[in-house]
Design a binder for this molecule. Structure first.
Ligand code: ACO
Length: 402
């Protein structure tokens, strides 16, 4: 007879912690969150200051290298990223293997995973130079890859990057310009896009980042690790929430239907949840949601989209939920994705593109965490334990006797 309890005596400590709600798998110097106080700091700097004063590539530099860049450092970094915005021409053919009605996240998982087949000169993780090149390549190419996924699904020709544009403007250009027309990037939209990227850049050990670290802990190449992160992000409880949230707000449609949906969210027998509400760590407010709400107001105002019915529904839903003890007792507040979809839709993006945009913004966080992990001598291959609750030892039964 096997004494199963003995198995769990191996090692000094054995904890059973489904969902890792209280287990740290690493130490990190990148991002600090105080969920009770609604604080989010990147390398010590508050997210609201970064979102209002910085721009995305500066935040990328901060996450990757640990300090805000000087003017010459940021210029050099922008140059290095810009040089890598094109994708291998052979990759453009890779897209045509997908169905046109594929979800762009499905395409992203495949194309990013396939990057290791196109850029195998930067897959040797033991070489710091190759790690650096792979990092810059991914930050630079992700907007191109996401925009190409979008163009492919709507049947339009790919638009190549324009390296005279800044990161956010270039992404908008690749998504919305068509060869027959003269597309001018609206600076208001470009600034809003950049802010959305900044607000999603990193968020310490969330599900997708932990996935990237776990994949990387086995020594997998960086492109494979980021593809794993994209796959994890896709779920509606994580990055897929922005798409699910806007679809929910549209389904609600008018403010008079809000009580019906709040009642559904509270009903234990109904699997429905208020999308864009709740967070594993934030139990007071999500500081990113505050900036995002303000940004939604600004963007719609500046675009002259007044009285947007979906924004009205969102604001009223937030108001009613925050007056309801069900939500306040469980500490459920709007998260970053509650308002982001409204901005993205106003920019002209279909809902299916919301999560790819999150993925491209989060890429720098994934890479920073992956690099940090590789540089940490304490890091071992990630290997969670389990609590076995199945059958104990029993004899095999021949098929005629079962
Ligand atoms: N609507 C209604 N009830 C909710 C919601 C919600 N959005 N979120 C949590 N609850 C309830 C649960 O039913 C549970 O109730 P119970 O204690 O009576 O069983 C309680 O609050 C705790 O919920 P958990 O799922 O245990 O909390 P957890 O920390 O595991 O989940 C999560 C956090 C996944 C974000 C959850 O709040 C959720 O599903 N929200 C909706 C999806 C969403 O917006 N995800 C985006 C997260 S942010 C991001 O990834 C960028």
């Amino acid at each position: 007879v096997i004494d199963i309890s003995k198995l769990y005596a191996q090692g000094d400590v054995f904890t059973f912690d489904p969902g890792f709600t209280s287990t740290a798998a690493c130490d990190s110097t990148i991002t600090f969150i105080d969920g009770e106080e609604g604080v989010l700091l990147h390398r010590g700097y508050p997210i609201d200051q970064l979102a209002s004063k910085s721009h995305f590539l500066e935040v990328c530099f901060l996450l990757l290298y640990g300090h805000l860049p000087t003017a010459s450092e940021v210029e050099d970094f922008e140059f290095r990223v810009t040089r890598h915005t094109m994708v291998h021409e052979q990759m453009t053919k890779f897209y045509s293997g997908f169905r046109r009605d594929a979800h762009p996240m499905a395409i992203m998982v495949g194309v990013v995973g396939a990057m290791s087949a196109f850029y195998h000169d930067s897959t040797d993780i033991s070489d710091p130079w190759q790690r650096e090149v792979a990092s810059i390549r991914m930050i630079a190419k992700m907007p191109t890859i996401a925009a190409m996924a979008y163009k492919y699904t709507i049947g339009q020709p790919f638009v190549y990057p324009r390296n005279d544009l800044d990161y956010a403007s270039n992404f908008l250009h690749m998504c919305f310009s068509v060869p027959a027309e003269n597309y001018e990037v609206n600076p208001i939209l470009s600034r809003a896009m950049d802010r959305i990227f900044t607000l999603h850049a990193d968020h310490e050990q969330n599900a997708s980042t932990s996935t990237v670290r776990l994949a990387g802990s086995s020594g997998a190449n960086p492109f494979a690790c980021i593809a794993a992160g994209i796959a994890c992000l896709w779920g509606p409880a994580h990055g897929g929430a922005n798409q699910a949230c806007l679809e929910m707000l549209k389904e609600i449609g008018t403010v008079d239907r809000i009580p019906e949906y709040i009642a559904r969210a509270k009903d234990k027998d109904d699997p429905f949840r208020l999308m864009g509400f709740g967070h594993r760590v934030y139990k007071n407010f999500d500081p990113r949601a505050k900036v995002m709400k303000q940004s939604a107001d600004e963007v719609l105002d500046l675009l002259g989209i007044e009285d947007n019915p979906i924004l009205q529904v969102a604001k009223e839903l937030e108001r009613q939920a925050l007056e309801d003890p069900y939500f306040t007792d469980k500490k459920l507040f709007p998260n970053v994705d509650f308002y982001s979809g409204i901005i993205l839709e106003a920019m002209g993006f279909p809902t299916a593109m919301f999560t790819p945009i999150f993925a491209l913004a989060r890429t720098v966080g994934w890479i920073s965490q992956w690099k940090e992990m590789l540089g940490d001598p304490k890091q071992k291959i990630g290997r969670p334990r389990q609590l076995y609750i199945g059958e104990t030892l029993r004899d095999y039964v021949d098929v005629e006797n079962r």
